[in-house]
Design a protein around this ligand. Structure first.
Ligand code: SIN
Length: 327
């Protein structure tokens, strides 16, 4: 099924946050030795042909390598998206972002935004200075999705594939098609300016009214991720608990355990996790496997995050600790 673009003029707001898509290297043949977050989002749009009837507006929200993504930027993005989407003239929002934590930002926005309108994150695996950068096509495709009737919720567009925020995961370090939706499969594809939908658009986020009340400099609850692995020990958990017991500011409040297989933990981690729970820390298990979900068993002492990856489970737990509805 192809979805038609609106015939009347519609606005798409493009928010820049940095990443490789805005990266620059000294040599055009260098696809890895670049500095991310150098090119302004307005420059990324220069020369980009907007779909018929669509006007583009650029705004720089941040300019970072996404490995350094922070909660404060997520908050700024969520606020700006909510404000823009409330404007009847705005069809949707596109966010240019680094690939490395893109799935975390997408999941955060999916969790806190309530609008039915689309928010589309996009990225690039090659810097803007590359001989053949992938960014311009990805931005064009993302704009097509954002302006397309029928699209909704938070999605990710990369290499012509449209993913849901819930399922998307970066799975490759170098290939242009670096993302996968795993078992869930993608929502669809962008082909020559048309969206071909093969899956389902996500339900609109539940929205988080509380997020509107959060101060701009809100310090989110500290939630750490720890791996269970061969030879694992509980010493790191105990160190975090000792810090908490001293009443240190910013001490741990939540712990995501990246568990093996169907949510199992090394017995040393399991025992330390029980100590963490007894000390009042919220503990959740998320599977280390890139596909599948944890199937809960009767008597599980530690709740599981279902199909959420450890990084997304961390976002969900942070929001839960902030008083958001459980996701
Ligand atoms: C980043 O995530 O900002 C750098 C890497 C990338 O965008 O591919």
């Amino acid at each position: 099924m192809s979805e038609q673009l609106a015939s009347s003029r519609r606005r798409v707001l493009v928010l820049g946050t940095g990443g490789t898509i805005a990266g620059r290297a000294a040599a055009s043949g260098d696809n890895i030795g670049y500095v991310a977050g150098q090119v302004a989002v307005a420059e990324l749009l220069a020369g980009l042909e907007a779909p018929a009837g669509v006007s583009l507006e650029a705004e720089q929200v941040a300019q970072v390598d996404s490995k350094d993504m922070e909660f404060s930027i997520w908050l700024a993005l969520a606020r700006r998206c909510a404000q823009a989407l409330a404007d009847p003239a705005v069809a949707g929002v596109v966010i240019t972002h680094g690939t490395d934590t893109l799935e975390e930002t997408a999941f955060f926005l999916h969790s806190v935004l309530a609008s039915d309108k689309p928010v589309v994150l996009t990225c690039a695996m090659r810097p803007a200075s590359a001989l053949s950068p992938d960014g311009p096509q990805n931005v064009r495709d993302a704009v097509v999705v954002a302006a397309s009737h029928g699209s909704r919720g938070v999605s990710v567009v990369c290499a012509g594939v449209v993913h849901t925020a819930a399922d998307v995961q970066k799975v490759h370090t170098y290939r242009l098609d670096a993302f996968s939706s795993g078992d869930g499969g993608p929502i669809g594809f962008v082909e020559e300016g048309q969206v071909r939908v093969t899956g389902k658009w996500p339900e609109a986020g539940r929205g988080l009214d509380a997020a509107q009340q959060w101060p701009h400099d809100l310090d989110p609850p500290r939630v750490e991720i720890l791996f269970s692995h061969a030879g694992a020990r509980g010493a790191l958990i105990d160190a975090l608990l000792a810090e908490r017991a001293q009443g240190a500011s910013g001490a741990i409040r939540g712990l995501v355990l990246a568990a093996t297989g169907n949510g199992t933990l090394h017995h040393e981690i399991e025992q330390a996790a029980a100590r963490a729970q007894a000390a009042g820390v919220a503990v959740v298990r998320a599977t280390r496997c890139s596909q599948g979900r944890i199937l809960a068993k009767p008597g599980d002492a530690i709740p599981d995050a279902g199909a959420l990856s450890p990084v997304k489970a961390r976002v969900a737990l942070m929001l839960e600790l902030l008083g958001a509805p459980s996701l």
